[in-house]
Design a protein around this ligand. Sequence first.
Ligand SMILES: [Zn+2]
Ligand SMILES: [Zn+2]
Length: 293
Amino acid sequence: MRWLGAHVSAAGGVELAPERGNSIDANCIQIFSANQRQWTPKPLSDSQISDWWQACENHSMKRVIVHSSYLINLSADTEEKMTKSHGALVSELHRSQKLGVHGVVLHPGSHLGAGEDEGVKTIAESLDTVFEITADLYGDLLCGERQEAMKILLENTAGQGTNIGYRFSHLSDIMKYVKAENRSRLGVCLDTCHAFAAGHDISTDAGWDLMWKEYDELLPAESLQAVHVNDSLRGCGSRRDRHAGIAQGEIGEVPFRRLMKDERFHGIPMTLETPSGMDGWAAEIAKMRSWET
Ligand SMILES: [Zn+2]
Ligand SMILES: [Zn+2]
């Protein structure tokens, strides 16, 4: 049974999210662990955290991913924004450790005119700073295992504006520049919409295989730790980040069937971030389950 779910709302409190996941037949979910548009959101209370663990147990939610705030830019152009970004990411990691999740998805950052090479280096330095501050952050996971240190999963991007991460080489360079002792704390979250928008034509089996061949040339297989399952409203190479419902966009069914068939995705949490809403997600999960082998 593959791990398949959606990014569900945590409105009213994170402890309400597992039930929402369960109601659409998700066995894994992604959430925002706080208001993603605030720099200093309200901390999680002890009762919220214990209700969260209970809710995850009640609804058999053993794999959860947190998506970090959109405000964070590890390659920001002012010291103030850098300090705020580091602080926000540190608190994401702290909250996530308390929630027992597998990792925190992060958009690598935007270079804002400094150039891609410079951006990649700045992001790696920022990550080292954050990893140093959170070096002792380990604890129990929802799946019952113990995590040595909370992981950050770099998400590939569509390449809008000055976003870093639309090439796999950006992700592998960030990993290369990060200090060796911190490398095991980095993973990758592959977003299918972003990959397509960035120029990987995954609408065919050949294109899908070609993308993974490129991935394997640049990144270790074990780096893949999460998948975002999205079709794309815009065309291949458009560099536009507009998600569409499964097989309702420019990509079509092929890669979504492969996610349910290929060996590589066993044990990897896969979450929809389509604009379909709760009823739509239930239908999309059911459709993908029908392709599972
Ligand atoms: Zn994202
Ligand atoms: Zn995504």
